[in-house]
Design a protein around this ligand. Structure first.
Ligand code: 0O2
Length: 267
């Protein structure tokens, strides 16, 4: 098949990957904007390269006319979570969406692959709008923790280097590393609540501080400079105490002052 044909086949998959990446990043941002913990930590995606498609076709004896039905991972999305528990949340999010229809779920976490690979895969049907109309394509969403991702990335690069004939002593080390990753994920789960609390209050504080700074910046344009400097000094004092309650109160007071100036400018 000539290159132009490949490009045309892969074009809707390109669109799907871009759209899906954007949608998952948006979910993450929505949680964070709401001051909530996001089960999604990172999102990545790729369209399978032509050479990888050809390799897989050969390996799985797939006919060229059947690649779009038999190759489920031409469009691939990777969702990285901090904790194993977050993976179930992400699966639930996918289940509830109206734009993603689940075809299959593959749980390589409860039962890891022989290689030691752990991850949760969800194959979805996803509609894209092309110049020829609507097209339903398949996409593979791999959901895994940061630790699982670290292992899979290293192992994948070794597979590439050794063309699947990884020397035994390295395979053994990889299996040990896979076991260590299971232990690490379990340990992290134990302190999950603590870590989530710490990250949430860090984000909440950062959100409030950024609101305060932006209100003060606007006040500079309309209010008396001396008054703004006084407000600024007051803010630094409260900021140094690190007391969230005081920061929240200060933010509210500042809003009232800013509102007063807005009302004045309108009258
Ligand atoms: P790439 O380069 O990542 O795209 P299979 O018959 O097992 O090869 P199948 O049935 O299509 O493949 O689906 P499976 O095993 O559920 O998922 C395939 C994808 O999962 C792989 O895509 C990898 O991305 C990942 N994966 C599966 N097993 C392993 C493993 O042992 N190590 C690593 N690092 N990744 C794995 P591709 O097309 O094989 O590769």
């Amino acid at each position: 098949m000539e290159l132009q044909m490949w490009r045309e086949i892969l074009c809707p998959y390109d669109l799907a990957v871009e759209e899906l990446k954007l949608k998952f990043v948006h979910i993450m941002n929505e949680y964070r904007t709401a001051g909530r913990y996001s089960p999604i930590e990172q999102v990545d995606g790729r369209v399978k390269s032509i050479s990888s498609i050809l390799d897989k076709m050969q390996r799985k004896k797939i006919n060229i006319n059947e690649i779009e039905t038999d190759l489920e991972d031409i469009a691939g999305i990777r969702v990285i979570c901090q904790f194993v528990e977050d993976i179930d949340r992400v699966v639930e999010i996918i289940e509830q969406r109206s734009d993603m229809e689940i075809k299959t779920k593959k749980d390589y976490i409860t039962k890891a692959k022989d290689s030691g690979y752990r991850s949760f895969h969800v194959i979805i049907y996803y509609d894209v709008d092309t110049i020829y109309g609507k097209k339903k394509i398949q996409a593979e969403i791999q959901i895994r923790t940061l630790a699982m991702n670290f292992w899979a990335t290293v192992e994948h690069s070794l597979q590439y280097k050794y063309k699947e004939n990884i020397p035994e002593h390295i395979t053994e080390k990889l299996m040990n590393a896979a076991d260590a990753i299971v232990v690490l994920d379990k340990e992290m789960s134990i302190v999950r609540d603590e870590i989530m609390d710490a990250q949430n209050s860090f984000r909440k504080k950062a959100n409030i501080v950024s609101e305060i700074l932006s209100t003060m910046q606007n006040l500079y344009k309309v209010a008396n400079k001396q008054e703004v400097i006084k407000i600024q000094d007051e803010f630094y004092k409260i900021y140094e105490t690190g007391d969230m309650e005081q920061l929240i109160h200060f933010n509210k007071q500042l809003d009232i002052i800013a509102e007063g100036y807005r009302a004045q400018s309108l009258s």
